[in-house]
Design a protein around this ligand. Sequence first.
Ligand code: CMP
Length: 145
Amino acid sequence: KKERTLGIIKPDSTAKMGQILDVIYQKGFMITQLKMCQLNRNEAFQLYQEHQGKPFLDNLLNFITRGPVIAFEMMGPGVISAWRELLGPTDSAEARKVAPQSIRARFGKDNTENACHGSDSTTSAAREVEFFFPSTGPGRQNTAK
Ligand code: CMP
């Protein structure tokens, strides 16, 4: 079974989706599902449930719900860590120092408005892909099979 991960172009960067998707394809990633949608507060809370109790959660929920996001599934060997490597550090200001070619360095602003998300483990990848692309229901296919 191939590894998969979930990427999100966040509300600060949807206007740059073309450039960001160009980078993703130039680096050889394979996008297998993709959609644009706007999350409500409950959905955002569900997505970021692992950050319950963190001091930045409220900021994060306000930001991620303020406009549409582009969510996409990618597949391939080692894709979880490869995508996080391309993203760079969480804080875009830090990314500009240590990984100037990374997506967060190039397209993000700070610790919250950091352009894109990437799943951090196989467990969170499975949960996050299922959140945006349910594998069951009318017209659904499980692309992981
Ligand atoms: P993301 O990769 O989407 O995962 C959780 C998000 O929480 C992260 O990107 C940031 O947008 C945000 N985040 C993580 N740590 C902090 C922090 N210390 N301050 C503010 N926002 C943060």
